[in-house]
Write a protein that binds this ligand. Structure first.
Ligand SMILES: NC(=O)c1ccc[n+]([C@@H]2O[C@H](COP(=O)([O-])OP(=O)(O)OC[C@H]3O[C@@H](n4cnc5c(N)ncnc54)[C@H](OP(=O)(O)O)[C@@H]3O)[C@@H](O)[C@H]2O)c1
Length: 256
């Protein structure tokens, strides 16, 4: 296979954390459209059910696991449950994440630590649980949901910046550990895409987001669809010689 067939995910099984959210549910649908069955993990069952219905409408199978990614044992239990139901795990989209728009001087230590617990340790717990069956089979794709703030700072986003930089470098470390077993680990570096994560911030801080647009060569914020081509590439056999990288999908924001 040398061409478009290497992007197909037929017969594969994908796990999406934060599968009920804006980017997670869109990612789950894109993975299903490419041929994968999808297991969706998050805490809010109603949102997961909506995302599962969209996956099933493509003709693929969906399953829901209600779990908090910051619960290490919960991720092990989720991996056992999903492998028992679907028989294999090929793709992990480590997408669950939260933010906090406070200054480093104002944010409470426990709120800072919660960001790290979900955005970095949550991905660690999921990798620990889901990479094992991939390594055992000698194939896997792990995609961590980073940000333009994986590689640079922004005022009043200290916890988020720390978490997304940590996540990208966790991925780079895993790339070295899992590469010999045929498992790649990459990070998606998304620019601002309006979802439940930031809708209120975009509404209340228009000048900040106008500045992001201003320094973006392609001249706008992202749309959910902008991310899906890069996700499918990193999730598919087509990206087999790409690992330990952060692929920025940001209209060029980080180019300068
Ligand atoms: N939107 C952007 O501009 C943007 C840009 C760059 C990167 N990102 C990243 O993209 C990812 C998805 O963001 P989004 O914009 O789609 O946000 P969103 O709509 O708020 O979705 C976040 C998802 O994460 C889940 N989640 C949060 N905490 C969790 C926990 N402890 N355990 C399990 N699931 C949890 C949420 O579900 P429950 O609350 O039901 O658990 C939800 O499904 C995040 O990692 C975010 O940092 C977003």
């Amino acid at each position: 296979m040398t061409g478009i067939a290497r992007f197909a995910l037929d017969g594969q099984v994908a796990v999406v954390t934060g599968g009920g959210g804006g980017l997670g549910s869109a990612g789950a649908l894109a993975l299903a459209e490419a041929g994968a069955d999808v297991a969706l993990i998050a805490r809010n069952r109603a949102k997961l059910e909506d995302a599962a219905r969209a996956v099933e409408a493509t003709g693929r199978r969906a399953m829901i696991v209600e779990a908090d990614v910051s619960d290490a044992d919960g991720m092990i239990a989720a991996a056992t449950e999903i492998e028992a139901a679907f028989g294999r795990i090929d793709i992990l989209f480590n997408n669950a994440g939260i933010t906090n728009p406070q200054s480093v001087l104002d944010i409470a230590p426990e709120d800072f630590m919660r960001i790290l617990d979900v955005n970095v340790a949550g991905a660690f717990h999921a990798i620990r649980a889901f990479a094992r069956p991939m390594i055992a089979r000698g194939y896997g794709r792990i995609i961590n949901m980073g940000s333009i703030l994986s590689g640079r700072g922004m005022a009043n986003r200290g916890a988020y910046c720390a978490s997304k930089a940590g996540l990208a470098n966790l991925g780079a470390a895993c790339a070295f550990e899992f590469g010999p077993s045929g498992v790649t680990v990459n990070t998606l570096g998304a620019t601002v895409i309006v979802t439940d994560l930031n809708r209120e911030l975009v509404r209340t801080q228009p000048e900040l987001y106008a500045k992001v647009v201003q320094r973006t060569p392609l001249g706008r914020l992202g749309e959910v669809e902008d991310l899906m081509g890069a996700l499918l590439f990193l999730a598919s056999p087509a990206s087999g010689f790409v690992t330990g990288q952060t692929l920025f999908v940001d209209g060029g924001y980080t180019a300068g």
